[in-house]
Write a protein that binds this ligand. Structure first.
Ligand code: ADP
Ligand code: MG
Length: 640
């Protein structure tokens, strides 16, 4: 026992207690990963130390080799994981092993609780260390910082609510950290050397410092990204990917590329099969590991690839960067930036090739990673490549899962079609039953169905594909559509024309409707686009579409909804009935109510009805009336 200053007791933060509770009580299947986490922390500490020495910092015990040692003690049933890394002083150990630094931990914990296999999640959110309590009844951490004049410290806890920290008097304790794990009764399997070896081989084989169990070195310590492609087996790639990503499935794609001139670098990249369910919650977790001559400079560097390619995992290693480059100045380094540009275009070219030659594979890719990929609309430098890689659902697709490229769309545009038409809505059914789409169906014009809210932002930001600009069907100009022929079959169904007399009455009805609606609409006009529905609202000229308006209103309250034109379809039965009423008595109350109702229904169709009170009260009133008519006419007639 070391002579100690009195230990100070601290309570764990509530979220740590919650985490410990979940770890200990619900996650049995992956208990062995505690070792992976301790080794990964040791490796991080060694990386940090190496980083300090390469930039000339003076450290305690400079003669110590950089390595990780695991010892087994069968007497007190413990294993100890030691490293010669940067270590921790009193304040660091108290903070690092007593709090969780990251935000979003709450949500994260909920997800951990729902899953019973933690392999994939532990190690994120800075909670890897605590996984040790899955197997430990007590943990004792001793540590000495790499800085001179720091005293060694001891941290201990049984994982039940509190921990103790004390300063040690031992002047001889070498630099680094030792973690002694006193194993629970049901975790004695980890006292077996072969068991530890197999865990290390499985999860930590690619750690770049030697790991010893007893006297034996277990891991291979090879930088496979620097080796020629032909010498690496698929299994090795997959093993490395698992090590890197903690993914339980093999990767969908492996992109291994080495370049010698003008700048030397090796890159080994992977695209996971499944999207990362925590991506939006844990925005820190993406990025590539950057090495310089096999020395890790930065974990999860975020500047080698843009965020929209954040699903890519991998490593980049360059001979041409200085070893002592600091993370802060990386972004200003010309060579670094050239490497980043080259890697981005490598990934985009790879995807383009996949889209061409492996359609099904690309569709899977899109399903999993498309949501993140769409964020690429801000990458002006790679716009052309980006646009070709986009996929959308369209009215020509057989269901909501099928997607097409813009090239597909343009390839089957109708004669005289000058624009790419799209419609946005909460789902495909809503879009396909929107009155605005009727004329497009009739003419056999394809319409992109934008279901993801970001789709319309993407479309607006790219503006054009080849020579064709995008046009929402809400704003489509009926004249532009006139030049496009109807489908042959459809054109045979001739519209019934209004008589000359009725035409006159119809325009007076429209005027009356405008008067009823007043300022709510810009105008009320006869529709050229509706085939079945009685009415719809149309933005005037290049007004914002309803989705864009909604997005803008979310961010800027000042935006007033733009006024729209109400279009009325004279061929619709409701409208011809209304015309009959109007001819008899132009001031009949029903005209006012139906007009208002048509307006509300059109708003509802566009997802714009904010005050539903009016709408429902009129609807209820007419349901009541019609039920009475039903009793009077239909039921009585049948009984007679
Ligand atoms: P993460 O590794 O994601 O930061 P952990 O829960 O695994 O989260 O570890 C928490 C922190 O404890 C680390 O960030 C590090 O500062 C510190 N730590 C853990 N193990 C060691 C070690 N062997 N040497 C030095 N510091 C360590
Ligand atoms: Mg860790």
């Amino acid at each position: 026992m070391e002579e100690m200053h009195t230990a100070k007791k601290y309570k764990f933060k509530a979220e740590i207690n919650k985490l410990l509770d979940i770890l200990v009580h619900s996650l049995y299947t992956s208990r062995e990963i505690f070792l992976r986490e301790l080794i990964s922390n040791a490796s991080d500490a060694l990386d940090k130390l190496r980083f300090e020495t390469t930039r000339g910092t003076e450290v305690v015990n400079p003669e110590l080799p950089l390595e990780i040692r695991i010892t087994i003690n069968k007497e007190d049933k413990s294993i100890t994981v030691s490293d010669t890394g940067i270590g921790m002083n009193y304040d660091e150990i108290t903070k690092n092993l007593g709090t969780i630094a990251k935000s979003g931990t709450e949500e994260f914990l909920k997800m951990v609780a729902d899953s019973n296999d933690a392999t994939n999640i532990i190690g994120r959110f800075g909670i890897g260390f605590y996984s040790v309590f899955m197997v430990a009844k007590e943990v004792i951490v001793t540590s000495r910082s790499y800085r001179k004049d720091e005293q060694p410290v001891e941290w201990r806890s049984d994982g039940l609510g509190q921990y103790e920290v004390a300063i040690l008097d031992n002047k001889e304790l070498p630099r680094g950290t030792s973690i002694k794990v006193l194993l629970k009764d049901d975790a004695q399997e980890f006292l077996e050397q072969w068991r530890l070896e197999s865990i290390i081989k499985k999860h930590s084989n690619f750690i770049s410092f030697p790991i010893f169990v007893g006297k034996e070195k277990i891991n291979t310590v090879s930088a496979i990204w620097k080796e020629p492609k032909s010498s690496i087996t698929k299994e090795q790639y997959e093993e490395f990917y698992e090590f890197l990503s903690h993914d339980t499935e093999p990767p969908a794609d492996i992109i291994h590329k080495s370049i010698d001139a003008p700048i030397q670098f090796n890159s080994l990249l992977f695209i996971p099969k499944k999207s990362d369910e925590f991506f939006w919650l844990d925005r820190d977790n993406y990025g590539l590991d950057l090495y310089v001559r096999k020395v890790l400079i930065q974990h999860k560097n975020k500047d080698l690839l843009p965020e929209y390619l954040g699903f890519v995992k991998g490593v980049v290693d360059s001979e041409d960067l200085p070893l002592n480059i600091s993370r802060e100045t990386l972004q200003e380094n010309v060579i670094f930036n050239k490497i980043a540009t080259s890697i981005t275009s490598t990934v985009l070219l790879y995807l383009a090739d996949k889209a061409q030659n492996d359609k099904e594979g690309y569709e899977n890719f899109w399903k999993e990673h498309g949501k993140i990929f769409k964020l690429g609309y801000v990458d002006f430098g790679n716009r052309e490549k980006y646009i070709e890689l986009l996929r959308f659902n369209s009215s020509f697709c057989k269901d909501a899962n099928e997607v097409i490229s813009l090239q597909d769309y343009v390839g089957r545009m109708k004669e005289n079609q000058k624009e790419i038409y799209y419609s946005s809505g909460p789902n495909r059914e809503a879009i396909l039953s929107n009155p605005h789409i009727e004329i497009f169906k009739n003419k056999g014009i394809e319409v992109l169905c934008l279901i993801d809210p970001i789709d319309e932002l993407v479309i607006n930001s790219i503006g054009k594909y080849k020579d064709f600009s995008f046009r929402s069907i809400e704003n489509a100009d009926a004249k532009a559509l006139e030049n496009i022929k109807n489908n042959e079959r459809k054109s045979e169904e001739k519209k019934e024309e209004l008589s000359k007399d009725d035409k006159k009455h119809f325009s007076s009805l429209l005027a009356k409707m405008k008067k009823i609606l007043g300022d709510k609409v810009e105008d009320v006009v006869e529709s050229q686009r509706l085939v079945e529905s009685p009415a719809c609202l149309v933005s005037i000229n290049d007004g914002l579409t309803s989705t864009m308006e909604k997005i803008l209103r979310m961010t800027n309250k000042e935006i007033q909804p733009s006024k729209k034109r109400l279009e009325i379809n004279p061929n619709n039965k409701l409208i011809s009935n209304l015309l009959e009423v109007f001819k008899k008595d132009s001031n009949d109350e029903i005209i006012k109510e139906v007009t208002e109702q048509l307006y509300y229904i059109s708003l509802l169709n566009d997802g714009e009805l904010t005050d539903s009170h009016h709408f429902t009260s009129i609807a209820n009133k007419y349901l009541e009336k019609s039920s009475l008519w039903y009793i009077n006419y239909s039921i009585k007639e049948n009984n007679e």
